[in-house]
Design a binder for this molecule. Structure first.
Ligand SMILES: [Zn+2]
Length: 116
């Protein structure tokens, strides 16, 4: 059910392999390690998908819409919540697809900010 490119970005996130500006800064590719969305902290993957004000708002909204009963706004915690929950198989697949689409959307917004 998950769109392949969404699944790929979700996989990169789960493996902590996203090419964030903090990572690009350490190898000399980027001159600015700060978050491209909020500018309040270094754009490490933990910040981008755990602490960034934008991603927290996106994930809060998605959690409310999907009626996910977890207090976390951490992508990995939400993934584990879905995996352990007693949702129907169809609802779990839908939830994984929505979470992966959210990760892709957050990364797209980050890329728009990076390239503009
Ligand atoms: Zn941020």
């Amino acid at each position: 059910m998950t769109i392949p490119k969404h699944r790929f970005f979700m996989w990169l996130t789960m493996k902590n392999k996203m090419q964030t500006t903090a990572r690009l800064f350490t190898i000399g590719v980027s001159r600015d390690p700060m978050c491209q969305i909020c500018g309040l902290a270094e754009e490490a993957q933990d910040h981008l998908f755990l602490n960034c004000v934008y991603s927290c708002e996106v994930l809060k909204t998605i959690k409310r819409c999907m009626m996910w009963n977890t207090t976390s706004t951490n992508v990995l915690d939400i993934y584990r919540y879905i995996k352990r929950s007693r949702m129907s198989r169809m609802w779990k697949q839908t939830s994984y697809a929505v979470l992966a689409a959210s990760v892709y959307q957050i990364w797209s917004v980050r890329n728009d900010a990076f390239w503009s």
